[in-house]
Design a protein around this ligand. Structure first.
Ligand SMILES: *[C@@H]1O[C@H](CO)[C@@H](O)[C@H](O)[C@H]1NC(C)=O
Ligand SMILES: *[C@@H]1O[C@H](CO)[C@@H](O)[C@H](O)[C@H]1NC(C)=O
Ligand SMILES: *[C@@H]1O[C@H](CO)[C@@H](O)[C@H](O)[C@H]1NC(C)=O
Ligand SMILES: *[C@@H]1O[C@H](CO)[C@@H](O)[C@H](O)[C@H]1NC(C)=O
Ligand SMILES: *[C@@H]1O[C@H](CO)[C@@H](O)[C@H](O)[C@H]1NC(C)=O
Length: 246
């Protein structure tokens, strides 16, 4: 067995959060299975997940791999991070029965008590909302993003802010990152029922076309309650009353 290292990386994330590590590969590896293992004692590599060739997504517990063969990259997702996830991982592609090529990824998972990992908000339809995600110092210089989780794992990047103390407005959303205070603020105007769901505040660390990683640091459960009809009925009543008195 020959192992040729084709790259390496250092990534860090935080307990209870998530991480998404991107890895680009040569076209010749497109139809080969990708596997992830974690180096344990005595240099044995404990297998965690191996991709299936007929599906883009492969899941195993807290681990998922999204292999986008048509675009030549895969994303490794780890959810509900714990400190014990710290360690050295090998991302491996079997080229043939005898040869495989690997990338070494050193992951460090830290507990940080400075910020809230989970925020729960309940608001009424039509209200405005501010959510402040504090974040650890190591993420200060990275772009921040807000995403909404759709499928089991994916949280497609929605909108991001790349500069400190600059407002970015996207429709009814507004993002503001104060890097001095380490607070990322998301404002949503006039919320609707469809805004309900699981949102994440995250940071894109050295996220480029061929590599990089995203750290999801705060989970926000947003519940939008109330009916638009209720408000309307009230309005109608105040109009009707003076009419009756006349
Ligand atoms: C990963 O960690 C190991 C063990 O601590 C170290 O020997 C190696 O140089 C590190 N690799 C990278 C890419 O930082
Ligand atoms: C949200 O923050 C902005 C700016 O600090 C403030 O003007 C606004 O009143 C806040 N809205 C809510 C609903 O707290
Ligand atoms: C962020 O950038 C500033 C200015 O370039 C630098 O002084 C600081 O060390 C960086 N902080 C981190 C956590 O990388
Ligand atoms: C709030 O959103 C609703 C539904 O999208 C829309 O009908 C209404 O005009 C909006 N109100 C304001 C103040 O933007
Ligand atoms: C947050 O919402 C998700 C569903 O999106 C749910 O599975 C989870 O239990 C919620 N967490 C809490 C603490 O309410």
């Amino acid at each position: 067995l020959s192992t040729g290292s084709s790259g390496s990386g250092e990534v860090s994330a935080y307990t209870r959060g998530r991480i998404n590590i991107k890895c680009r590969y040569d076209d010749k590896y497109k139809d080969k299975p990708k596997s992830i293992c974690k180096i344990g004692t005595q240099q044995l590599c404990f297998p965690l997940i191996t991709t299936k060739l007929n599906s883009e997504w492969t899941h195993n517990g807290r681990f998922s791999v999204y292999d986008k063969r048509s675009e030549g990259f895969f994303n490794v997702f780890i959810r509900e991070l714990i400190m014990e996830d710290t360690g050295t991982y090998l991302f491996t592609v079997a080229v043939s029965d005898e040869i495989e090529t690997s990338t070494v990824v050193n992951l460090t998972v830290t507990e940080d008590l400075f910020y809230k990992k989970f925020i729960s908000k309940t608001v009424q339809v039509g209200e405005d909302l501010n959510i402040s995600c504090k974040y650890p110092e190591s993420l200060r210089n990275y772009s921040k993003f807000l995403c909404k989780r759709h499928a089991a794992v994916a949280c497609p990047k929605r909108m991001s802010v790349t500069e400190s103390r600059k407002n970015v407005n996207v429709g009814k959303f507004s993002l503001y990152d104060d890097r001095t205070e380490q607070i990322f603020t998301v404002s949503i105007r006039n919320v609707t029922k469809t805004d309900s769901g699981e949102l994440w505040c995250g940071a894109g660390a050295a996220w480029k076309s061929d590599h990089g990683y995203k750290v999801y640091f705060t989970q926000i459960n947003l519940t939008v309650t109330g009916e638009f009809v209720e408000t309307w009925r009230h309005t109608a009543l105040t109009i009707v009353t003076p009419l009756c008195e006349a």
